[in-house]
Design a protein around this ligand. Structure first.
Ligand code: ATP
Ligand code: MG
Length: 246
């Protein structure tokens, strides 16, 4: 194994990075891949609840990056999704250090197929540390002009670090029928793609069951459209051709 490292970022906060990180990790794991999800949002953790590892964590990513424990000791298997493992963010924020994160990812690559880095909003230390090591970046945005404008700034930054255009992909999250059209602030998906300047990877619909499952630390129903869209996103990342539906 030689894991592909994918960072999830947004610019604007609360667009669904952590929710989509777990959805993607669970979907890749369901395809038979071994996935490590690292949450880099110090002080504002949420992946631990969404992936069901809350209360099972002894060491967190800060312990690893500061050298208080080895990477392997901070890895917790998700009890909800077989094949998905998590390193949680700390409850209280320290700075995410780029060089130790790069060393951790390099050390973990042989043991996983995918390493997902769930970054924090903005372009602070978690973003720059992930940007330094990630092979690909997914911009998780909601269909509103502020998220799209911030997304464009982030996309430009990602592309400035010697990445190919195809390594930065757009995931439109929380999409509803009302998201687009004459009465909406955004005309259509094409406007999202054109504003951000990144190819579309997936459209994840707004889903109450997905939101509730994230809040409760439970598994969303397999038939939920957001879960189906998550599976399609994972397959596309693995090079399969799956039509976009939304
Ligand atoms: N597709 C969706 N349908 C419904 N609710 C969603 C969806 N995606 C995310 N949410 C909800 O939106 C809120 C923010 O999600 P989340 O914490 O994943 O965002 P984030 O980008 O990681 O936030 P932060 O910038 O604070 O790290 C949560 O309540 C989550 O359940
Ligand atoms: Mg988050």
């Amino acid at each position: 194994m030689n894991a592909q490292c994918i960072m999830l970022c947004s610019g604007k906060g609360g667009t669904g990075k952590s929710t989509v990180s777990v959805l993607l990790g669970a979907s890749l794991a369901r395809l038979g891949h071994k996935v490590l999800l690292i949450e880099l949002d110090s002080g504002l953790r949420s992946v631990d609840i969404i992936a069901g590892v809350y209360g099972r964590t002894v060491y967190d990513i800060e312990d690893v990056l500061c050298g208080r424990c080895e990477g392997g000791k901070a890895i917790v298997s998700s009890p909800l999704y077989t094949g998905l493992s998590v390193i949680s963010a700390p409850y209280e924020g320290g700075e995410v250090l780029a060089a130790p994160l790069a060393r951790l990812v390099t050390a973990m690559r042989p043991y996983f197929d995918f390493i997902l880095l769930d970054t924090a909003a903005g372009m602070g230390a978690p973003f720059t540390a992930a940007d330094r090591i990630a092979d690909k970046a997914l911009l998780v945005l909601t269909p509103d002009p502020v998220a799209l404008r911030d997304g464009k700034i982030v996309a430009d930054r990602l592309l400035a670090s010697a990445r190919e255009q195809s390594a930065v992909r757009l995931v439109m999250n929380r999409v509803t029928r009302e998201s687009f059209g004459k009465r909406a602030a955004v005309a259509d998906l094409d406007e999202c793609i054109d504003t951000v300047g990144a190819q579309l990877l997936a459209v994840i619909p707004e889903s109450k069951p997905l939101q509730l499952a994230g809040a409760n630390g439970s598994v969303p129903p397999a038939a939920d459209p957001a879960v189906i869209a998550g599976q399609a996103m994972a397959k596309r990342l693995c090079g399969q051709r799956v039509p976009l539906t939304y």
